[in-house]
Structure formats: structure tokens, C-alpha cells
Design a protein around this ligand. Sequence first.
Ligand SMILES: Cc1cc2nc3c(=O)[nH]c(=O)nc-3n(C[C@H](O)[C@H](O)[C@H](O)COP(=O)(O)OP(=O)(O)OC[C@H]3O[C@@H](n4cnc5c(N)ncnc54)[C@H](O)[C@@H]3O)c2cc1C
Length: 428
Amino acid sequence: MPIACSGWALHAPAPRHAALEQDVETDVAVIGAGLAGSSLALHLQKLGINVALIEARQPADGASGRNAGHVQPFLDKLQALKSWPGGGQPFVEYFVQQRNIVYEMCSRYGIDGDAHPGGMVEVAARPVAALQAKAREWAGRGYAVAEVGRESLQELLGTSRYGYGLHWQEGGSVNPFMFTSGMVRVAQMLGAQVYGDSPVLDCRREGERWRAVTARGSVRAHRVVICTNAHAGNPFFPELGRTQYPLVACALATKPLPQSVLDSLNPARVALTQVPTGLYPMVVDGRRRLVTATIPHVGREDDARVYFDYFRSYLHKTFPQTRELNIELESYWTGYTSSSSQAYHEDYAKIYEVADGVTALMNLGTWGNVMGPLLGRHLAQVMASERWQDLLLPLEKPREVANPQWFGFKIRRIMVPMARIADRLNLA
Ligand SMILES: Cc1cc2nc3c(=O)[nH]c(=O)nc-3n(C[C@H](O)[C@H](O)[C@H](O)COP(=O)(O)OP(=O)(O)OC[C@H]3O[C@@H](n4cnc5c(N)ncnc54)[C@H](O)[C@@H]3O)c2cc1C
């Protein structure tokens, strides 16, 4: 689907970047202008390293302009990090330090990302041991997180449906399209060359340097960083496309709701997600719209009506105050996530050493809004200092994942349909 379908892009169209039509030279060529590539370009430029950012379409045209807008300030399954440098502790500490990066960058660089640090709520029908343990874990790291019951949730969200939840006072929401475009604008102001409509077709070594080649031009650079996420099915370094579990997701935005309704439905604009399956994650954006995302049925990705009807039924059931309201669909769009792991919330990003001088930062999974800017910043710091031993993630060789088709099948044909049934029967 064209990016114009994304409700986030509707909010504030971004300037178009012209195609690369000549041969240019720079220090680092960054391929792909999503959250990862844009942050990397901005931070490299800030550290005095010149960048050419090359995007196949326009910045934020991939998952970064299409996501559900949640800014999650915590990590889920920490045991998945055990094999990382220092048993994952240095990464967790950096993450904790940088967890507000979205809001910090918006404020530091004057990025208008409709970023709202209203906090997050994870809700469940009844107390969940994993959530209780998570609250203890992150409270121990200094987070303002509280276990809450039905009454507090009613006050916070205007619904009595949920008996238990975690209220995180940090994190919240962002318009990821505006945030990503904003990072690109800042990178450009700092001196980065930015090219749109320029798919990289080849990436070849030339002596000590690399040349990234597009249809009508090329970038010659000391280093290349590939930030192409689920769009990794490229002719150059095709092994990257086999390192991930790509999954199609869809999202939608309602038309703006009256303020009087929002005053009783989530007045603090916290980002909401349900446990265990998060069928209807929801944020309220700065235009008073509700935005949600889900996984579409196989073969029915384009059928906006189906997912809007699901969402409206959820709203009617969960927020009775919406039953008399004429809620209308404003935008519907699809996008691709790509994960490095089949296990939910173990889908940590990867940094690959693809060749000498070529690195890839990708497979950001379902947490790109924080991971993209954060890892872009970290990788820039490592590259600038040339201290690769300081990398907080393992520097891996691309490795093929097992059974990628099974992943999509499992989620789209088994897990999500079962979760919908459980939701309908009030079992979750
Ligand atoms: C529906 C949906 C909901 C989501 N919800 C959330 C959420 O609420 N919170 C959250 O944190 N994360 C969420 N995510 C995940 C998040 O959006 C991603 O993790 C993140 O956007 C990935 O960023 P990226 O920069 O790695 O990739 P992308 O944004 O996909 O960028 C990759 C870019 O590379 C470009 N490219 C590819 N090949 C080439 C080439 N040959 N030459 C030049 N350019 C190329 C592509 O055009 C694209 O623009 C969601 C994702 C989806 C799809």
C-alpha cells in the first residue's frame, strides 16, 4: 500500500527527496531511511562523520511510517539477552538510560513528532504472574510502574472491563512517520546527503571503499550500513533476507472523536495494550483519533472493513460510552515487521557484520520506535570511536532462521484467530 494510506502520513506530509543522479563520495553510506537508518545518519553526522542516506522510496515509507505508535520504555524477556556481551547487562543499562530517547530527541532537535509521554498501560482480565514479575523487575531498576486493579483502570481508561494491569508512567505514543521524517530533516541540516526514490541495486567493493549503486548514480564510501528491515530481499547481500521472520501487519485510524468522549475514554492518552495477545493496542493521537494495529487474515490484508469492524466491536464492548457514537474509519494501511526470533518479545534487533566495512542494523521487530533511535545512536557512537569492542549487541554473521514460512502460518492462521475467539468469549 502507498505510504499515503498511512494515517500518520496524513497528519503532516513530509518534503520529497530527489533521486541520486550522480556519483558522490562520503564517509558512510546508510541504506534505508526508517527509524534505524535515520537515527544512525543523524547521530553519525552529529559526531562529524559524513553520511549519504539512500532510500528506495521516501523516508519513513517502510514500517516506520506505518506502525501503531507505541513507545515502550521497558524490555520483556531479558533471558533472551544472556548470550550478549556481559550477559546483556550493559545493553539493559544503556536501554534504561536511553528509554526516553524519542521524547528527548523531539525536544533536543525540535522534531514535531506528535510525541506524547502519557505512559503505557498493559491490561488483563485478572492478575498475571509474568506481569507481576515484570513490575518488580523494572521497579527495581527505578521505573515508576504500579500494579493496578479494576478501580484505577476505570479511572485511567474509562472502562471496567479489566481486573488487572501495569501502569507505566513512562513511554507513551509518537507519530512514527513524523518522528522519522523529523530525524531525516535534522540529519540533513547537520550535513547529511539524503536521496529518495533511489533503490540501491548493488553494493560492491572498490579497493579500500564500497560503492552503493542506484539506477542513475552511486555513493562511494568507507563504510556501508544496511538498515532495510523487512525489505531485505535485495540483490546485494541476499543472505540478509534469510535472517528474519517477516510478518504483514495492518493498522487503522478513526476519524477524530469529540473531546467530550475522549474525556471519559483514556483522558490521559496512555498507550494501551492487552495481555496476553494485544489484539487491540490503542493510542489516542494529537488529532483526537484512535489508532490501532493487528495481524490481518491471510488473503484479506486489503479489507479495511473487517479490521475496522473488529475494532469497533472491541470499543463498544470495552468502552460503553462509545456505543451511541458514530465512529468512522479515516485511514487503513498495512506494513511489514521483521523479527529475529519466533518467540514473542524475544525479537531483539540484530547487528550483522556482512563484509569487511559493511554492517547491517535490522530486524527491529515490534519495538522499533525506541530501538531504532536508540541503536542508531549507539552504533554511531561505536563507529565514530572505532571501538567495536564497546558494541552492546553481539556483532553477528548473518544466519538463516529456521522455518520462516511456519512463523507467518502460526501467527496468522492459529494464534491470532484463536485470540479473537478467546476475546469474543471473554476468556482473555
Ligand atoms: C503495523 C505495525 C505496527 C507496529 N507497531 C509498533 C509499535 O507500536 N511500536 C514500535 O515500537 N514498533 C512497532 N512496529 C515495528 C516498527 O515499526 C519497526 O520495528 C521499525 O519501523 C523498523 O524500522 P527500520 O528502520 O528497521 O525499518 P523500515 O522502517 O522498514 O525502513 C527500512 C527502509 O529501507 C528501505 N529500503 C529497502 N531496500 C532498500 C534498497 N535496496 N535501497 C534503499 N532503501 C531500501 C525501505 O524502503 C524502508 O524505507 C510496528 C510495525 C508495523 C508494521
